[in-house]
Design a protein around this ligand. Structure first.
Ligand code: FES
Length: 163
């Protein structure tokens, strides 16, 4: 069931829309902001408010790759795997991330700190290879740079989850 806060925020979004379904992405973002991801139950509850079917809203959620349909870690790493980043060696960055965190695409570290997901072009091709962590863009990635960037998110007490 949606919380009162979630419901009120969605109602506020609806005031700006001609059709309820036009608020679907924003409504899903609201639920994700509160819960970290959007469960089947969340889809059902939001669909009810928006007057959409569960399948219609699920299709929106699935299409929009910044809506997470499974639980994610505290920090979400979106690594671009599209053409410019591929040409500029994103695979080496993926290998480094995987080695450092002990995870690959779609997985979350055992300590729940990081989830690693592929993403299409982040619109930062001139800085390829690029990734986003919790909505913050990082470009011109190198293995050394990755260590420094993730260190900021891991915090002082962190221990790398290297197998
Ligand atoms: S292809 Fe990676 S940012 Fe555009």
């Amino acid at each position: 069931m949606l919380s009162e806060e979630e419901r009120q925020e969605i109602e506020r979004e609806l005031q700006h829309c001609d059709r309820k379904s036009a608020a679907s992405v924003e409504a899903l973002k609201i639920v994700q902001k509160h819960r970290g991801w959007v469960s089947d139950e969340g889809i059902r509850d939001v669909a009810e408010i928006l007057g959409m079917t569960v399948d219609e809203l699920d299709a929106v959620a699935t299409f929009y790759n910044l809506i997470f349909r499974k639980p994610v870690g505290r920090h979400v790493i979106l690594l671009c795997n599209t053409i410019s980043c591929w040409v500029m060696g994103y695979e080496g960055i993926l290998d480094h991330l995987s080695g450092l965190l002990g995870i690959t695409w779609g997985e979350t570290t055992a300590d729940g700190m990081f989830t690693l997901l592929p993403v299409p072009c982040l619109g930062a091709c001139d800085q390829a290879p690029a990734m986003m962590v919790d909505g913050e863009l990082y470009g011109d990635l190198t293995p050394e740079g990755i260590d420094e960037i993730l260190g900021r998110y891991r915090g002082e007490e962190g221990v790398w989850n290297v197998p």
